[in-house]
Design a protein around this ligand. Structure first.
Ligand code: S3P
Length: 192
């Protein structure tokens, strides 16, 4: 079986989940959210995981959830939203290397304003200065994504159109066999 997948990458509050949901709906693909996967797998909220196990414990849970998602959930065409730190981890980037990734780029100051407004509890947000510092530290890793889409001042439809145009280019690459989801072993060992 071949399936397509695209991974959305970017800092906190960059709109990965809302863009992901909208894009998946437009394409008729599945939408998967890594943070939601972590919470279901661990039976805890993300803030609880940070409180109980610290950032190192959270990163472990995140890598495990990503490994499960890659092994078990990518059965159909999927749009996957990653948490803001997931693509920064080298092992995670290694797991994702053969799939296209999209960095949703917005300035740190705009992201900070959004993060204040959306009411989501983010354990690593810190103050404005810490937020901007973390953004700058992570930017080189986000730039390793296959493409960057600048999202400032654009609505969801415009952002999704731009990603879809890029995906059409990838569709040609896919036809040449450059990315294919490998057969997934079912629990009974049968190849799907
Ligand atoms: C994190 C971002 C969060 C979540 C966790 C850690 C980060 O996801 O994965 O709090 O390291 O930037 P969002 O980017 O969806 O806020």
């Amino acid at each position: 079986m071949t399936a397509r997948a695209v991974f959305l990458v970017g800092f906190m509050a960059s709109g990965k989940s809302s863009v992901g949901r909208e894009l998946a709906q437009r394409l008729g693909w599945d939408f998967l959210d890594l943070d939601e996967r972590i919470e279901v797998r661990e039976q805890k909220t993300i803030p609880e995981i940070f409180r109980e196990r610290g950032e190192a414990g959270f990163r472990l849970a995140e890598a495990n959830a990503l490994r499960d998602l890659m092994a078990e959930s990518l059965r159909g065409d999927s749009v996957v939203a990653l948490g803001g730190g997931a693509f920064v981890q080298e092992d995670n980037r290694g797991m994702l290397r053969r799939w296209p990734s999209v960095f949703l780029e917005t300035s740190a100051s705009e992201l900070w304003q959004r993060s204040l407004a959306d009411g989501i509890e983010r354990p690593l947000r810190g103050n404005a200065e810490e937020f901007a510092r973390l953004y700058a530290e992570r930017l080189p890793f986000y730039r390793e994504a296959t493409v960057t889409i600048v999202t400032s001042g654009k609505d969801l439809a415009t952002i999704c159109n731009e990603i879809e145009c890029t995906l059409q280019g990838w569709g040609k690459a896919e036809a040449a066999g450059s990315y294919q989801v490998p057969p997934i072993q079912s629990r009974t060992g049968e190849s799907k």
